[in-house]
Design a binder for this molecule. Structure first.
Ligand code: ADP
Length: 663
């Protein structure tokens, strides 16, 4: 039963003068429909129609047409390889299920024979390997399938094709012999077969019902055919144009997105990025006005600083644009998606909101689109497109383009911000690194100096056992003094590092300044008594002062250090005074003044730097680490106060001021 020989090959063998040509599936569909329409529109009695589809699915697409054709003639045969329900049957028309292995499954045939017309399409599919990576629309791939074959009006060829197809039908459906014989007789098919065998030069004698000259198609018939064919081709062309338009729109969108994103990516300056986006979007969408502004979801208003404007539209530049009062903005921000009002005049929200209606009127907004610029759910800004006066509204694909750009914009802005933050962080890190290096150098030097002294003293004591007792005593005292200085230095250094790390836990409480001053004074007195005589100390701190808010221990530390310094740099004949007063309504100002050696105007600020000492650490006369004032500054700024020094100059005394918040 299986027939592996191609029908096209058989036909070409029988009629060697025929030349096959290539047809796309789309052209074959158009031709087939035009051929079928000959039957549907013609008045011939019992025309013969034989159609062979490769597979049931292709037949299913056309089944309705064959049911209509069957209303006009009983001689309709449809062949196909079954897939689900297609089988041999004789319902409205004859269906013939051929084996999938049959060569017919690679072919596509249609033969239409009437008294006034004859035409056939006999084709064999040319298999072109399909690229599996190809992700094009399967429908497009189907329409581009290629067939090789014959399409003609020639009656002789059509009859021969009908004959061959009827032979095949008979093999699959022998019970149709009688019906097939009727068709053969009507269209003189058997006769053609016989004459061709006897002599190739003698052509078949047409049946009395057949067209007079089979080679020349009836002009009316070919006109009608051509007309139908043109209609099909036109509709195919129309579909193609629509597809091209869709592709072109998609391409335009992608090109624009690429253009804008490349421009945006090229810059790491957020202002530049917004400028590029606003200009490109406004131009691409032929907007009357395009605005892009930075804002947060809760912002009351935004200043318009970037704008695209079509000539003749009034500018919103430098205007304060209301956000929270605008329900469209609120809606876009809440839903985190675009809001598009195609006709503001018809929108109930705008019509019923007085302020919004006024905005629309003032700025002549006919179509209004708002697309939020988001990054991970955070509102970074807004893209607004306005169409004013008679400009046409936007299509869905144009709005999708604005959304795509807004997404890119969000990413670009975050990228720029991250870069800026990174730059700042980098600068901070570099500064920190410089400070660290300085600190290591200075600390190293500060520690090495007393260490060298200790070493020299101890070596001398060790190597000179005969050293006079008096000198031994001096050596020992010097070593001990420097060891103590080293201890203080390490302690102050650790305190300062701790304060600078920002990890200090402040134990803030309400304090009476007077009590803290008393504590500081007793600590200074107890320390100084051993060293040398102190200058006169006067404390003028009123008990009436408001309570201050600070960490008591640290406050006493600041007071002690300032009093200590004042005593250190003032002769026993001089005076040190501590006073306090209200500085405005929020702060108490404490003053520690002395009549000592004073500070040069140029050093008033740098005395707070680490390791600053006027005479340098090597020639230090009064001892100390050079870290005391740096520690004071850290403590005072820690509670939000200020500290500064004043002096009328050398030997004219100094004034140290600092402020503490009032409770
Ligand atoms: P030190 O432990 O050396 O006193 P400080 O940081 O407390 O370190 O002081 C730094 C420097 O500021 C001192 O070495 C001194 O040169 C100067 N200075 C501080 N207080 C006074 C003051 N009351 N009078 C004059 N100079 C002062």
């Amino acid at each position: 039963m299986i027939v592996p020989i191609s029908l096209l090959a058989e036909l070409l063998q029988a009629l060697p003068q025929l030349r096959a040509q290539i047809y796309f599936k789309s052209s074959m569909t158009a031709l087939s429909h035009a051929m079928e329409d000959l039957v549907l529109a013609g008045s011939d009695e019992e025309p013969l129609v034989i159609a062979s589809f490769q597979h049931e699915r292709f037949y299913r697409e056309e089944a309705h047409r064959y049911r209509r054709i069957a209303d006009r003639t009983s001689q309709v045969y449809v062949l196909s390889a079954p897939e689900t329900e297609f089988k041999n049957s004789s319902e409205s028309h004859e269906t013939v299920a051929f084996a999938p292995e049959d060569a017919l499954s690679k072919e596509w045939h249609l033969v239409v024979l009437g008294q006034h017309y004859s035409t056939c399409l006999i084709c064999h599919e040319k298999i072109v390997p399909i690229d599996h990576q190809d992700d094009r629309d399967p429908l497009l791939i189907d329409q581009a399938r290629r067939f090789e074959g014959i399409w003609t009006f020639d009656r002789e060829v059509s009859c021969k094709a009908a004959e061959l197809l009827l032979d095949k039908i008979l093999k699959y459906r022998p019970e149709l012999a009688e019906k097939i014989d009727r068709a053969r007789t009507t269209y003189n098919l058997a006769k053609i077969k016989k004459t061709r065998k006897s002599s190739a030069s003698k052509s078949a004698k047409p049946d009395k019902n057949a067209a007079k000259d089979s080679k020349i198609p009836n002009p009316k018939l070919s006109d009608a055919f051509a007309e139908r064919l043109v209609t099909y081709l036109q509709s195919g062309q129309h579909k193609l144009l629509r597809a091209y338009a869709a592709i072109a729109a998609q391409e335009r969108k992608e090109r624009l997105i690429n253009l804008i994103t490349t421009a945006m990516r090229r810059s790491l300056n957020p202002q530049e990025i917004v400028e590029v986006a606003v200009q490109e979007l406004g131009t691409a969408l032929s907007a009357s006005r395009c605005l892009i502004y930075r804002c947060k979801a809760a912002d009351i208003a935004a200043k318009i600083d970037r704008e695209f404007l079509r000539p003749g539209t009034n500018s919103l530049l430098d205007q304060t644009w209301q956000l929270q009062k605008n329900p469209i903005f609120r809606d876009a921000v809440t839903r985190q998606e675009r809001v598009y009002i195609q006709e503001t005049a018809q929108d109930p929200l705008i019509v019923n909101t007085k302020s919004l209606a006024e905005t629309v009127k003032n700025w002549q907004i006919v179509s209004w689109l708002m697309v939020p610029v988001l990054y991970q759910g955070r509102v970074l800004g807004m893209v607004e497109m306005h169409q004013c006066r008679s400009a046409s509204p936007w299509e869905e694909d144009e709005i999708a383009l604005v959304e795509a750009i807004a997404t890119q914009l969000g990413a670009a802005l975050i990228q720029a911000e991250t870069y800026a933050n990174l730059e700042e962080l980098n600068q901070q890190l570099e500064a920190l690194d410089r400070t660290r290096s300085n600190l290591i150098a200075i600390t190293g030097h500060e520690l090495r100096t007393p260490l060298s002294t200790i070493q020299v003293c101890l070596e001398s004591l060790n190597s000179e056992p005969d050293m006079p007792q008096e000198l031994r005593q001096i050596m020992l005292e010097t070593a001990l003094g420097d060891a103590d200085r080293m201890r203080k230095l390490v302690q102050d250094f650790l305190t300062l590092s701790h304060l600078e790390s920002g990890r200090v836990k402040w134990n803030v409480e309400s304090l009476t300044l007077q009590e803290c001053v008393d504590l500081a004074l007793s600590s200074v007195r107890s320390r100084r008594v051993v060293d040398r005589q102190l200058p006169k100390i006067i404390a003028e701190v009123s008990a009436e002062l408001p309570l201050v808010e600070a960490d008591g221990e640290w406050l006493v530390e600041v007071l002690s250090k300032l009093l200590d310094n004042a005593c250190k740099f003032t002769t026993p004949q001089g005076t040190v005074t501590i006073r306090a007063k209200c500085n405005g309504s929020r702060m108490v100002e404490v003053l520690v003044t002395d009549t000592g050696r004073g500070i040069e105007a140029s050093s008033l600020k740098i005395v707070f730097d680490r390791f600053y000492q006027e005479e340098g650490s090597l020639r230090r006369s009064a001892g100390g680490t050079g870290l005391g004032l740096a520690i004071c500054k850290q403590i005072v700024t820690g509670w939000g106060g200020n500290i500064w020094a004043d002096s009328a100059g050398k030997d004219r005394g100094s004034e140290f001021h600092f402020t503490i918040p009032i409770v």
